[in-house]
Design a protein around this ligand. Structure first.
Ligand code: ADP
Ligand code: MG
Length: 324
């Protein structure tokens, strides 16, 4: 069996505040195989971006991070010390929710798409890099790419900018592509188009992907497996098809019940199921099961922390309920 591209075990992140500390990630495990696409899903505030940023060493200064084991592409990384707690400098590219984060307003798209390739092809001419950039830009669905190469970020719409950022990510040929809510800032039609581009990219590159989203629909479309997060912990993980069709953790079930079917016609008279109660305050993490306060299936045992149960085929879930 070949080792995974990325493995991280028992990732913990706390944010220091004035006189207190909030324990945001509590023992997160994540594994991404070569060429595999993994989704990280959970409500807003569940710590998804914190996971992505921790991997890249991009956490805010008030963050304390640790992990028992972290490895990328066969190299271990020491997450015990802040200076080395990062997989940066490795072949990872990131697509953010807001494409402007990745674009420089001062330079033309063409120049930025050329510059991003310099490290990979230090000896190639600008002309050759320009031609490759233009081809990739056309490939991600930017019409009239030759002319658009000379334009500046503000001359592009949100959806077009996100395509440019995807082109950028493609040009560096990363081993891992992290997309953090890549379509959340876009309206529904544009979102569908960007998903389509990501989908094609997924079929064509050998890169692994980590797709961070609050939407199970997006994950289902783009990923092989999914990791469900709740309040900074992993409550369930497994193959997308298995988790979607037979969710085991009550939180996953609730999350799926909340989701609007992306393929159904919109019916405003239909209420969205919501999960009663609120996410626990991370600075006051309850003992026992983190979801117990909101769980419809809660019982006495839930005052103890549930084990990560294995249910075969890479499936895990942190719940006292017997495998059904
Ligand atoms: N620099 C910070 N200091 C304190 N708390 C933070 C900081 N950054 C994020 N958080 C908190 O961490 C939690 C998880 O945030 P985040 O990872 O962004 O969640 P998600 O991406 O799932 O929406 C939130 O409660 C957020 O308020
Ligand atoms: Mg986020």
């Amino acid at each position: 069996m070949t080792a995974a591209l990325l493995t991280i075990e028992n990732l913990n992140v706390s944010y220091r505040g004035r006189g207190h500390s909030a324990h945001i990630l509590d023992g997160v495990d994540l594994e991404i195989g070569h060429g595999q696409s993994v989704g990280l899903v959970g409500e807003s505030g569940s710590g998804k971006s914190t996971v992505a940023f921790a991997l890249l060493g991009l956490l805010a200064d008030n963050a304390e991070v640790s992990a028992d084991h972290a490895a990328f592409d066969g190299r271990t990384q020491d997450f015990a010390k802040r200076e080395t707690a990062s997989l940066r400098g490795t072949d990872i590219a990131m697509i953010f929710q807001d494409p402007m984060t990745a674009l420089n307003p001062m330079f033309s798209i063409g120049t930025q798409l050329v510059d991003i390739q310099r490290r990979r092809f230090p000896k190639e001419s600008r002309k050759a890099l320009w031609a490759r950039a233009q081809a990739v830009l056309a490939d991600v669905g930017v019409q009239d790419a030759a002319a658009r190469m000379h334009r500046y970020p503000h001359e592009f719409s949100g959806g077009m900018r996100q395509r440019v950022v995807i082109a950028m990510a493609l040009l560096v040929e990363p081993k891992l592509l992290i997309a953090d809510e890549p379509t959340t800032a876009l309206d529904a039609t544009i979102e569908a188009q960007v998903v389509e581009v990501l989908h094609r990219l997924r079929q064509r590159t050998s890169a692994s992907m980590l797709v961070v989203s609050h939407s199970m629909g997006l994950i289902a479309e783009l990923c092989d497996s999914v990791v469900v997060m709740y309040a900074g912990t992993v409550v369930e993980s497994g193959k997308v098809a298995d988790v979607l069709h037979r969710p085991r953790h009550p939180y996953t079930r609730a999350l799926l019940a909340c989701e609007i079917d992306p393929f159904a016609a919109f019916d405003p008279s239909q209420d969205l199921a919501t999960i009663p109660g609120t996410v626990p305050d991370p600075s006051r993490r309850p003992q026992g099961c983190i979801f117990a306060g909101r769980c419809p299936a809660r019982h006495d045992r839930c005052s103890e922390k549930p084990p990560q149960q294995q249910a075969g085929d890479g499936r895990t879930y942190a719940c006292w309920l017997e495998a059904a």
